[in-house]
Write a protein that binds this ligand. Structure first.
Ligand code: MG
Length: 391
């Protein structure tokens, strides 16, 4: 049984996020879409994920997915309405013949694995199920002059959320039929299913699974991410180590800073041993291989490459997993050159490449008291640690 997820990210509402469509608003170092994707791509029950995007947002989408993911297929293009965007996404999935699909709004980044499991569980019993929460507030109908005309009975009323899950063939057929019948006013997929006569079960969503709609929602979400109040977080640590030997030359690159020296460091790229160790630490934190795998030193493309490119790529991979870099710490081991005069420039450069506040970046140096290969001034070694918070 193949389970697909379709993320609807084609909305054009930009007012809440200062000119950006809100699904691309940054929440603690990752976009709302990247966070939503992280939850669905990491869920073991989901085999394939497609995102419906607006053509104009392709660059934002590419940034959100970073290096991509084996379970993520190329995006589907959205349509003029949400209904059309979903249908385009379903059509893109059809050749993969999934047996069931979860349709989810990109602007609900606080989805949890438990909600996914409840919706999928209900699909064992029927063709459709949606996450929803019982209405807690009392409902008023407004009359003339903004005065209350009536208090409505809220018994049995729920607020619909996403994901909304369906047996794939049934929801694709319902969407095709609704379009053919000229019904383009249906505001969620459950409404399409109801129109087609499919039973849809309500399962428990979560108050935290909010849809980010207003600037206030985005500000609250950013605060929740920053303070760790938003859903359970997972902290991961990675470490990196690298060595480069000295060769003839008159400068070295260390942590993105060019330092005049009696020798250069030998390497395929610019041999920035500090940034290489740090790149490996970030990749280590998300279990995504190492620098040599992503940038092989047999590839002429990386000859003489500036190592900040490698570091920026690792940061993109972290964000594509819905991760935020909490802090990084680099230690350089050498007798010379002296690191202290360049330490602040190194911190600033790393902070710039990782888009972090400088307070989250440490660079330290030590000699090895004349011992070993660093003590004999044969080369420079570097160690690094990175902490990443995954949603
Ligand atoms: Mg290296």
């Amino acid at each position: 049984m193949t389970t697909a997820a379709l993320i609807v990210a084609a909305g054009r509402g930009t007012r809440a996020a200062g000119g950006l469509p809100k699904q691309y608003a940054q929440l603690g170092g990752a976009s709302a879409l990247a966070r939503t994707l992280g939850v669905l791509l990491e869920h073991p029950a989901i085999d394939v994920v497609v995102v419906a995007i607006a053509e104009a947002d392709r660059a934002l989408y590419d940034a959100a997915i970073g290096g991509g993911h084996p379970r993520l297929v190329p995006p589907a293009l959205g349509g003029a309405t949400r209904q059309r965007s979903v249908l385009n996404g379903l059509r893109a999935l059809a050749p993969l013949s999934p047996s069931r699909v979860l349709i989810h709004d990109a602007a609900r980044p606080f989805l949890t694995g438990e909600i996914v499991e409840r919706v999928l569980g209900a699909l064992e019993r029927g063709p459709g199920a949606i996450a929803a929460v019982p209405l807690a507030d009392t409902l008023k109908r407004a009359g003339p002059g903004g005065r209350i005309a009536a208090t409505l009975d809220r018994a049995g009323l729920w607020r619909a959320q996403t994901p909304q899950g369906f047996r794939f063939e049934a929801i694709l057929k319902a969407h095709e039929a609704a379009l053919a019948a000229g019904r383009e006013d249906l505001t969620d997929d459950a409404a399409v299913a109801e129109w087609a006569g499919l039973p849809v079960e309500l399962v428990e969503g979560s108050e935290a699974n909010v849809k980010l709609t207003t600037a206030e929602d985005l500000a609250m979400a950013a605060r929740a991410v920053e303070t760790g109040a938003a859903a359970p977080t997972r902290v991961r640590t990675g470490q990196g180590f690298d060595v480069h030997r000295f060769t003839l030359g008159d400068h070295v690159w260390l942590c993105g800073v060019r330092i005049p020296h009696t020798h250069a460091l030998e390497g395929h790229s610019d041999a920035d041993v500090g940034l290489h160790a740090l790149t490996d630490a970030l990749l280590g934190a998300i279990g995504d291989g190492d620098i040599g795998e992503h940038f092989p030193n047999t590839d002429p493309a990386w000859r003489g490459a500036a190592s900040h490119l490698f570091l920026a790529d690792a940061a993109r991979r972290v964000r594509a997993r819905g991760g935020a870099i909490s802090n990084v710490d680099v230690t350089l081991l050498c007798e010379a050159p002296k690191i202290a005069p360049h330490r602040e420039a190194m911190r600033a450069r790393i902070a710039e490449v990782l888009e972090l506040d400088i307070s989250r970046v440490a660079v330290k140096a030590t000699t090895t008291e004349g011992l070993g290969f660093t003590g004999r001034r044969e080369g420079i070694a570097a160690m690094a640690v990175a902490t990443v918070v995954l949603r």
